[in-house]
Design a protein around this ligand. Structure first.
Ligand code: SOE
Length: 375
């Protein structure tokens, strides 16, 4: 097994997958001064077409050629979900660092194998990195919420609620590979975006979901042209949860909520204060109190150090989704260069958490009862 040591050449990455996420990853790599050494896609022609738009130095004929190329230190896996495991395991075996898009895998057993392989790689040659882009952790006001909870500023947390609402799959002719369980996995709305909500919840609370009670619905039984193809993955999830610390709460996950484009939101109620974050208004954090409420703005000079670190421009100059990705890749690059991951970097163990919560959600939707989340 060869080991990719990050040389003086800086962050030398290559991207497998030329879709929306491939483009976001490539921008983030270049924003941090890294190189997009190359891109591989579904066909050599598609890779050649994508190289220019992705700012890639070259196109690889296929993923295997990309993974085997010793000019590549870090492989970014941005393909449909069913390819995450084989490509990630091949890249780790070839001595590369890996950034694998979420969900890590289409079921928890495979995600566990990937996390174990990443642990082995890290042990075998100190500091090998395997990260997964739960990027909403990188909004400065999410870090501020996390810091306030950790500092006891909200008191003892007793309730958390929120969800993730989108509308891009509202209509019968809205279709996507994520709908197909062979490509996306057995859970779609939860696996795709409910995982973000649960990761955000656990990250801000510093706690873990212990058990869930969930219902799922498929609002459109067929999708696609003509009569469409039957749909077996869920459009909607409503869940209750309780955490290991005894917090109870609810989450609503939907990809069929008209007018909601990417509304990931979380509210935490504590014995002293409440906090609320809305990803569609990411510059603000609402803080509620019995006597007065306030809206905390992303002013670097007043934020906690971890939040201020991620505030790249002054208040009033909105940061957004791409800046979160830029910060995620920058922290991955720091981990690759130094062997030490910055606080809050989501790694394969976090991807495994999401897979285990998804398994419990599906089990509960089938059983109609509460299901424990495997630790
Ligand atoms: C589609 O639901 C999607 O692109 C997700 O796959 C991403 O993880 C989310 O951040 C935005 O929406």
């Amino acid at each position: 097994m060869r080991v990719s040591q990050v040389t003086g050449g800086g962050y030398r990455a290559a991207v497998i997958g030329a879709g929306f996420m491939g483009r976001v990853h490539s921008r983030a790599i270049r924003a941090g001064g890294g190189r997009v050494v190359g891109v591989a896609a579904s066909t050599p022609e598609r890779a050649r077409e994508a190289a220019g738009p992705l700012g890639a130095e070259r196109a690889f004929d296929d993923a295997a050629a990309l993974i085997e190329d010793d000019e590549v230190d870090v492989v970014h896996v941005c393909t449909p979900n069913h390819l995450h495991a084989p490509l990630t395991l091949a890249a780790l075996d070839a001595g590369r660092h890996v950034v694998c898009e979420k969900p890590l895998a289409t079921d928890a057993a495979v995600a566990a194998r990937m996390a174990a392989a990443a642990d082995e790689a890290a042990k075998a040659d100190g500091g090998r990195v395997a990260s997964v882009p739960f990027v909403y952790r990188f909004h400065p006001m999410v870090r501020e919420a996390r810091a306030q909870v950790a500092a006891g500023a909200v008191g003892r947390v007793h309730l958390a609620h929120g969800g993730y609402l989108q509308d891009w799959l509202l209509r019968p002719d809205d279709d996507n590979w994520r709908v197909d369980p062979d490509l996306g996995g057995p859970t779609r709305a939860f696996g795709d975006i409910g995982s973000h909500f649960c990761d955000l919840l656990e990250f801000v609370l510093g706690d873990r979901i212990a058990a869930v009670s969930a219902q799922t619905t498929t609002t459109l039984p067929r999708r696609g042209p003509g009569e469409g193809a039957p749909v077996t993955t869920e459009d909607l999830v409503v869940l209750q949860f309780r955490t290991e610390a005894g917090v109870i709460g609810t989450g609503v996950v939907s990809q069929v909520s008209a007018g909601r484009k990417n509304r990931l939101h979380l509210e935490v109620s504590g014995s002293e204060h409440s906090l609320a974050f809305d990803q569609e208004q990411p510059e603000l954090l609402w803080k509620g109190g019995r006597e007065r409420n306030e809206v905390i703005m992303r002013a670097p000079e007043v934020l906690s150090p971890d939040a201020s670190r991620l505030a790249r421009v002054p208040s009033g100059h909105p940061q957004g989704y791409q800046e979160c990705f830029d910060a995620f890749v920058a922290d991955t690059a720091e981990a690759v260069a130094t062997g030490t991951a910055p606080d809050g970097l989501p790694v394969f163990a976090d991807g495994l958490r999401a897979a285990r919560i998804a398994d419990a959600v599906l089990a509960s939707a089938r059983s109609g009862g509460w299901e424990e989340v495997a630790r």
